[in-house]
Design a protein around this ligand. Structure first.
Ligand SMILES: [Zn+2]
Length: 127
């Protein structure tokens, strides 16, 4: 009885000690296996951190004059490029979210392997 209680306490302590495993998954906690290959993992990470070859970030690091989207003339952020722009990526991602009943938010899209595949496929330039 005492041993059982002791082992119960021990497992309880282990659970408390390993709390990091209980943190609710967010856009930064993703299953890497869902991506088709390493290249897509890298692109997903870049988009999640906003450090990619889109004009808004290039402008931040002095590699683009304005940082604006060539089509819409608003800052070309990840949010704009994937969710709001008048490009094929935005259209395809919207359709994907509707058919998959996935919430149409940037966080949901960027943590979905299939959505990342669409972004890679439809992007006309390296991101
Ligand atoms: Zn645009």
């Amino acid at each position: 009885m005492t041993t059982a209680e002791a082992s119960g306490n021990t497992s309880g302590q282990k659970k408390t000690h390993g709390q990091c495993s209980l943190i609710v998954p967010s856009v930064t906690t993703i299953n890497l296996q869902q991506y088709a290959n390493r290249k897509m993992q890298v692109i997903a990470n870049r988009l999640q951190f906003g450090r990619c070859r889109l004009n808004a970030y290039l402008h931040q690091i002095n590699r683009h004059a304005t940082g604006l989207c060539d089509t819409c003339a608003v800052p070309e952020t990840v949010q704009h490029y994937v969710m709001e722009c008048d490009n094929e990526i935005t259209k395809q991602v919207k359709v994907f979210c509707q058919t998959q009943k996935l919430e149409h938010t940037l966080a949901k899209v960027l943590s979905n392997g299939e959505a990342i595949r669409i972004i890679c496929r439809e992007s006309k330039r390296a991101i």
